[in-house]
Design a protein around this ligand. Structure first.
Ligand code: GLU
Length: 308
C-alpha cells in the first residue's frame, strides 16, 4: 500500500461520538483509497492515564485496528528537536518572552492580520534579550520559541471544503514550558509516517495553512486535507462530557449496540436515505461517499437513560 491516513486523538479522556465519527471516517477513507491506516498518540499535553489504551480498545470493538503499531509522540522528542534545529539553521526561530497578557495588550502591528502575534520579541537586540531572559528566570519561566514569518496568507485545498486560506503568523514552535507545539509536531509526524492525506475534524481546518507552511520550510511533502464536519450539542456548541451520555462507554451503558452506533453514523452523515441503514463497519466502508458527505454540523442529543 502506498500512502497513509491516520487518526491522532489526544489521550485526554474518552472519545465522544463526534471524535469517534471523525476517526471512523479517517479509517473508511484509508480503506476506500488503498492507504495504510495509522494511529498516533498525541500525548505531549493533556494526558489522562489509561485514555490512550481505552481509545484504541473502543476502536477495536468497533472493528478498527491500525495497520501499524501506534506512534507515540512522547517517544519522538529527538525528531522534533531536529526539525526545530533545521528551522533555526534557516534563521527562522526566535525567543519570545511575552505572556498571554502581554500579547493581548500589545498594539497590533500595522498590516498584521487580526489575532496575529504582534511581533514584540521579533527584532530585539541581544542585550534586550538578556534582560528579558533574566526577568523570566526570576519568575521561574522560560522563553517560548516562535517561527519568523511574513504574516502572509497561505491557501490549501481541502477535498470537502475547497480552498482554506488563513494568514500564517509567527506561530509558537516550542512553548515556554518546553512542550513542542502542535503545528510543528503534527507535520513532522505525518511526514515521517508517509501520511499523504489527513482526515480530521473541521475545527482544525484553519491550522492546515500553518502546517502546509511548516512542511514547505522543512522540505516535507504537503499532505492533502479532508476536514469532516463536527458533532455539536443542541446549543450548537462542540460536544462535551457535560452534555450527558456522549462517549462510547456511556452510550453502551444506555443500551446502544454496535448496530446502533453504525446506524447513527449513517443517518448523521446524511446517507440513511440513499444506502439504507448501516449496521457494521463494512457497511460504513461501503456506504460513505465522500463526494456526498453532509458538510454541516450534526446535532447530537444524548439518550436519556436511568442515570441520564
Ligand atoms: N490531537 C488532535 C486532537 O485530538 C488532532 C490532531 C490532528 O488530527 O491533526 O484534536
Amino acid at each position: 500500500m502506498t500512502g497513509a491516513g491516520r487518526f491522532a486523538p489526544s489521550p485526554s479522556g474518552d472519545l465522544h461520538i463526534g471524535n469517534i465519527r471523525s476517526g471512523l471516517l479517517a479509517y473508511v477513507r484509508a480503506r476506500q483509497t488503498g492507504r495504510r491506516f495509522l494511529w498516533r498518540i498525541e500525548d505531549l499535553d493533556r494526558v489522562q492515564p489509561g485514555a490512550a489504551q481505552s481509545q484504541l480498545e473502543v476502536f477495536a470493538e468497533l472493528g478498527v485496528s491500525p495497520d501499524e503499531p501506534p506512534l507515540v509522540q512522547s517517544e519522538r522528542l529527538d525528531m522534533y528537536t531536529e526539525a526545530l534545529s533545521r528551522l533555526e539553521g534557516q534563521g527562522l526561530v526566535y525567543e519570545c518572552y511575552c505572556s498571554r497578557k502581554d500579547i493581548q495588550q500589545a498594539p497590533t502591528a500595522p498590516h498584521s492580520p487580526p489575532g496575529a502575534y504582534p511581533g514584540t520579541c521579533r527584532d530585539l537586540s541581544e542585550s534586550e534579550r538578556e534582560r528579558h531572559r533574566q526577568r523570566l528566570d526570576e519568575q521561574g519561566r522560560s522563553p517560548a520559541l516562535r517561527l519568523k514569518t511574513d504574516n502572509a496568507e497561505v491557501t490549501v485545498q481541502d477535498r470537502l471544503l475547497g480552498e482554506i486560506t488563513s494568514p500564517v503568523d509567527d506561530l509558537v514552535l516550542k512553548r515556554g514550558d518546553g512542550v513542542f507545539a502542535y503545528n510543528l509536531i503534527v507535520i513532522v509526524d505525518d511526514g515521517a509516517s508517509g501520511v499523504d492525506e489527513v482526515v480530521r475534524g473541521d475545527d482544525l481546518a484553519t491550522s492546515a495553512p500553518r502546517q502546509a507552511h511548516l512542511a514547505h520550510l522543512l522540505g516535507l511533502p504537503q499532505p492533502s486535507w479532508l476536514h469532516v464536519p463536527l458533532v455539536v450539542n443542541s446549543a450548537g456548541r462542540r460536544l462535551a462530557k457535560r452534555d450527558g451520555a456522549v462517549t462510547y462507554q456511556q452510550l453502551c451503558a444506555q443500551g446502544w449496540t454496535l448496530e446502533d452506533v453504525y446506524a447513527w453514523m449513517c443517518s448523521s452523515l446524511g446517507f440513511a436515505g440513499s444506502t439504507g441503514s448501516w449496521s457494521s463497519l463494512d457497511d460504513m466502508v461501503a456506504g460513505v461517499d465522500f463526494d456526498r458527505l453532509r458538510t454541516g454540523e450534526t446535532v447530537f442529543v444524548p439518550p436519556m437513560g436511568a442515570d441520564g
